[in-house]
Design a binder for this molecule. Sequence first.
Ligand SMILES: [Zn+2]
Ligand SMILES: [Zn+2]
Length: 271
Amino acid sequence: MGDDLSYWARGTALAVARYAVIVATVGVLISVLPRTVAPRIQPRSPRPAQLRREAISSIVSAVIFSSILYVSVMAHLISPQPFESLPIWRWAVALLVLLIGHDTWFYWTHRLLHTRAFWPIHQLHHQSRTPTVLTAYAFHPLEALVNGAFILPASLITPLSYPVLVAFMVTMIARNAMAHGGREVFPAGRDGHPRLGWMTTVTHHDLHHQRGAGNYGLYFSFWDRIMGTERADYLDAYRRARNGASVGVSPQPIEGDPVAETPAAHSGQRP
Ligand SMILES: [Zn+2]
Ligand SMILES: [Zn+2]
């Protein structure tokens, strides 16, 4: 029992440290980039109280994610294989499958969280109208539980090993921190549209925080496009952000709030 507890405690401390190091690294990297390469998306800066709230809920989320992994392994719900059991290319494919699977899990649970029944849980994440790298894990504990539960279907869609799980966590945290970082780092093509249109840009998720409704995807844009939930103003907002013409936060209550509804400006349907 004592051994189990210290195993959990070490894993959890590592998960919190990993989150802190990756978020700090992404934060420093995007802040030293020239404004021409990574222009600011919103003119306003977050208040210190927001950063404090985000830091505290991020630690709670990291503890929950680590605990879900610990319980899943201990209860034999997942059994990560030794890394040597498969050729490296199979692990690379496993990582890609995990990212696509997680994007799908995130999109659909995120839409559910925007319904009247679950909005009180998701509202905490949306308190950050001007997101920061720390918003990445700033969830209500129940939302962290829903997010972390992805590990169970993940083990069904692809083989898992600890190095692949760590690679997935690092990619997920870095990409998440980048998506909330407030600087548009994805380059534009000649037409002013994102060069990697199949990926979500920083403006994509920033708009979700500013306005609430639409743009529910995490890494990729395909679910929003298939389901018609990509915001109609997204490409224009991206173009303006890239050109340094900041997108201002709407003073209205957010459109994604199913309790205090305002007219939506997005092209898709509200779930
Ligand atoms: Zn949301
Ligand atoms: Zn977010």
